[in-house]
Design a protein around this ligand. Structure first.
Ligand code: FES
Length: 153
């Protein structure tokens, strides 16, 4: 980790960067913002860790916990809700064995996210598998798509 952090620090200094640059590099490198990395930068740059966390929690693009290798996003906007997105969501949590109150499976294979309208209401309900949009989703299709991700390893 140390080597990656040094690289990010150099990038920050070369670009007269700001904290967001560091957070973006951390997110890209680790897939989330590790607490120990924030503490490392806090010490090196003499900036309180709370400033890093304040910014990281403000922007939805940053994640404070490790995320799954596969990201599945379920739309919960009105059109998708009316067409059964809640059932899809519940099935995903059961199928992927994601603990209550969490969004990522223990084996870090899957993270299930919820969003409010992806702007594709015409093909509701919408589920996004690793940035690939799948519309008019049904429970059967969801299970098929899930299997195809599982076997892609
Ligand atoms: S409500 Fe789901 S795409 Fe708009």
């Amino acid at each position: 980790m140390e080597e990656s952090l040094e690289k990010i620090l150099t990038n920050y200094r070369n670009n007269e960067g700001n904290i967001i640059t560091i957070l973006q590099d951390l997110e890209e490198t680790f897939g989330y913002i590790p607490e120990e990395a924030v503490n490392w930068f806090s010490k090196r740059l003499k900036i309180p860790a709370s400033r890093f966390f304040g910014i990281a929690t403000f922007y939805a693009q940053f994640h404070l916990k490790p995320r799954g290798k596969n990201i599945i996003t379920v739309c919960r906007g009105t059109a998708c809700h009316v067409k059964g997105s809640e059932r899809l969501l519940n099935r995903l949590f059961i199928e992927l064995d994601i603990p209550a109150g969490e969004d990522t499976s223990d084996d870090l294979k899957f993270t299930v996210e919820k969003v409010n309208c992806l702007g594709a209401c015409g093909i509701a309900p919408v589920v996004v598998f690793n940035k690939e949009v799948h519309g008019k989703m049904t429970l059967d299709k969801l299970m098929r798509d899930l299997k195809s991700i599982n076997t892609d390893e």
